[in-house]
Design a protein around this ligand. Structure first.
Ligand SMILES: NC(=O)c1ccc[n+]([C@@H]2O[C@H](COP(=O)([O-])OP(=O)(O)OC[C@H]3O[C@@H](n4cnc5c(N)ncnc54)[C@H](OP(=O)(O)O)[C@@H]3O)[C@@H](O)[C@H]2O)c1
Length: 335
């Protein structure tokens, strides 16, 4: 299979530190160009990562006919507009999460996809990691009985006012940045959409971003809940409870690429985890697997398993949680 030629719009840290090196390990992806608002910055990144071309604007990269696909790790408020520009320039787009600032904005991309026919996907790399595929397989096979509850936490501590996460006007805040992961993985495990949600949100008084949020999502066959915070001890863990067993995903989101990930399967027969079986997964880089899958979908025309409608549904949950926190009420997602 001829590798897909990617261009990267911006010198975002996630691209430089994780996604570009991971995609360079993929046989199916070739990082052909990188663009920055500052040419010197793009040139430095290109030199450091061995990327053949550097551009001093995103528009120049989008105009390069050699580029077949764009990876968009811009701040959240630029996900839809730049992904749409890339699509209109005929490029496939792998866009960082969250795909938009709300479901209505995400729907604009659905329309762009339908007009242009390109593949536009939200980069939730966790859905390619074997630990999540295994957890879902265990749930589907009935190993924990009936799935009833998904519960988790995701937090870090960051009070740098210059960080994109602490700038409300460009899509900062915890629910967009990390709350989206317990939401997407709960939906992944239940294989369904929540019917209603309730949440409480505490905002940072100077940044205006949500710095602490607790959410409850009611699914047709169970419930999911999580806490996310941008100003809490760094931690991440997901628990999956069934009527007869429990699965715990040790490092659910920032899965390390250089050592095996572990999940724990427990029938609860002994307390204190004594009955938990440790399942070690192969060492993988989920960003490489995501790049492989994206390139394969482009080359083979096989449907991407998570169409943009899935991204709209994830945004609808975030919208519901913000609305719930504001109104102090349950928000129905069925209408
Ligand atoms: N999937 C994951 O594991 C993961 C992890 C972290 C972050 N992310 C996502 O990736 C995206 C970027 O996050 P990051 O932490 O890597 O961001 P970052 O380092 O701050 O990079 C954002 C880049 O966007 C460009 N930019 C354009 N307009 C900007 C503006 N008004 N303010 C700031 N930057 C602007 C800048 O690049 P130039 O100066 O080169 O133009 C900047 O380097 C976010 O959507 C985030 O949710 C995903």
């Amino acid at each position: 299979m001829e590798p897909v030629r990617f261009g990267v719009i911006s010198t975002a840290r996630i691209g430089l530190e994780k996604v570009i090196p991971a995609m360079q390990k993929s046989q199916h992806c070739r990082i052909e160009a990188i663009a920055s608002r500052d040419l010197a910055q793009a040139e430095r990144a290109a030199a450091a990562l061995g990327i053949p071309k550097a551009y001093g604007s995103y528009a120049e990269l989008l105009a390069d006919p050699a580029i077949e696909a764009v990876y968009n790790p811009l701040p959240n408020h630029l996900h839809v507009s730049l992904s749409a520009e890339a699509a209109r320039a005929g490029k496939h787009v792998l866009c960082e999460k969250p795909i938009a600032l709300d479901a209505a904005e995400a729907r604009q991309l659905v329309a762009v996809r339908d007009q242009t026919g390109v593949l536009i996907a939200e980069a939730f790399m966790v859905r390619w990691h074997p630990q999540w595929l295994r957890a879902r397989e265990l749930v589907r096979s009935g190993r924990i009985g009936e799935l009833r509850v998904v519960q988790g936490s995701f937090s870090y501590h960051n009070v740098d006012p210059a960080n994109v996460r602490n700038q409300a006007e460009i899509g900062g805040g915890g629910l967009y940045d990390i709350g989206c992961y317990p939401i997407v993985t709960s939906r992944f495990l239940f294989g369904a959409e929540p019917t209603r949600v309730v949440g409480t949100v505490e905002r940072d008084p100077s940044f205006g971003t949500d710095r602490l949020a607790t959410a409850l999502m009611e699914f047709p066959t169970g419930q999911a809940l999580f806490v996310c915070s941008t100003q809490l001890v760094p931690y991440q863990r997901m628990q999956i409870f069934g009527t007869k067993g429990r699965i715990e995903v040790e490092i659910p989101f920032n899965a390390p690429p250089d050592r095996p990930c572990r999940i724990f399967l427990d029938d609860g027969s002994q307390l204190g985890d004594a009955s938990a079986e440790v399942i070690e997964l192969d060492v993988v880089d989920h960003y490489t697997l995501q790049g492989d899958a994206f390139a394969e979908a482009i080359r083979t025309g096989q449907p991407w398993p998570y169409p943009l409608e899935d991204a709209v549904a994830n945004m609808a949950v975030i919208d519901g949680l913000f609305r719930s926190a504001k109104e102090g009420a349950w928000i129905s997602l069925t209408s």
